[in-house]
Design a binder for this molecule. Structure first.
Ligand SMILES: *Cc1c(COP(=O)(O)O)cnc(C)c1O
Length: 217
């Protein structure tokens, strides 16, 4: 597939959901992709990208930003507390705020810098033991605690279990966000971004459908 096709499918899903066109942000997930594929998507004019690993992103994006100009970068992978400082300097948004120690660290960094990336709280909607994210039953309390720390919460994020229909997970995330007065919904990947848009996604994270399969070799 191509960027043009994905963009067209997103516009179609927005129309089908009765939502204004252009309201869903497409995060092109470039983790592990060869540089020439990333450069090709930049050359097509796309400027919103997602990465999973701080080190990989820090090694790649400063030079790409020099060459291509401003790029909005989203951190969508698990964030270790000891990488938070590098992350807040590099990323415009962090989608994986999932624990009190990280919230406290980000609050300290935000205070020192006078700014903070947009933050999404990751919710483990499938309650999978191997997956990051706060449990749905802990979400309200965690959101309250993050707000008490003064953190700028943009919304919620989830990664539904691979072997399940994503739709109930998207619906749960949307309900949790609404209940907490949050408007951002980071949900939907290559296989289910249209369903996510139907459920209210504001940010879809699409990797392989744009860049091709990842080779972890
Ligand atoms: C890798 C990744 C994606 C993109 O996955 P694709 O299936 O390639 O679209 C989206 N979100 C997260 C959190 C990821 O780690």
């Amino acid at each position: 597939m191509s960027l043009t096709e994905i963009t067209a499918r997103i516009a179609g899903a927005e129309r089908a959901a009765g939502r204004p066109e252009g309201t869903v942000s497409l995060i092109a997930v470039s983790k592990v992709q060869p540089l020439e594929r990333v450069e090709a998507v930049l050359a097509e004019g796309h400027r919103v990208f997602g990465e999973n690993y701080v080190q990989e992103a820090a090694g790649k994006w400063p030079a790409l930003r020099e060459r291509f100009g401003p790029v909005e970068l989203h951190m969508i992978g698990p964030l270790q507390t000891n990488k938070a400082k590098v992350a807040v300097e590099l990323f415009d948004a962090i989608h994986t705020l999932d624990r009190p120690s990280l919230a406290e660290k980000l609050a300290r960094l935000a205070e020192a810098r006078g700014s903070c990336p947009a933050l999404f709280v990751q919710v483990n909607t499938g309650e999978e033991s191997q997956k990051a994210g706060v449990l749905p039953s802990d979400a309200d309390g965690f959101i309250r605690d993050c707000r008490a720390l003064g953190l700028p919460l943009a919304g919620l994020m989830c990664i539904p279990p691979e072997d399940q229909d994503s739709r109930p997970h998207f619906a749960m995330l949307a309900a949790l966000a609404e209940r907490n007065g949050l408007t951002g919904l980071s949900m939907g990947m290559s296989g289910d971004f249209e369903a996510a848009i139907a459920a209210g996604a504001t940010h879809v994270r699409v990797g392989s459908a744009i860049f091709g399969a990842r080779d972890y070799g």
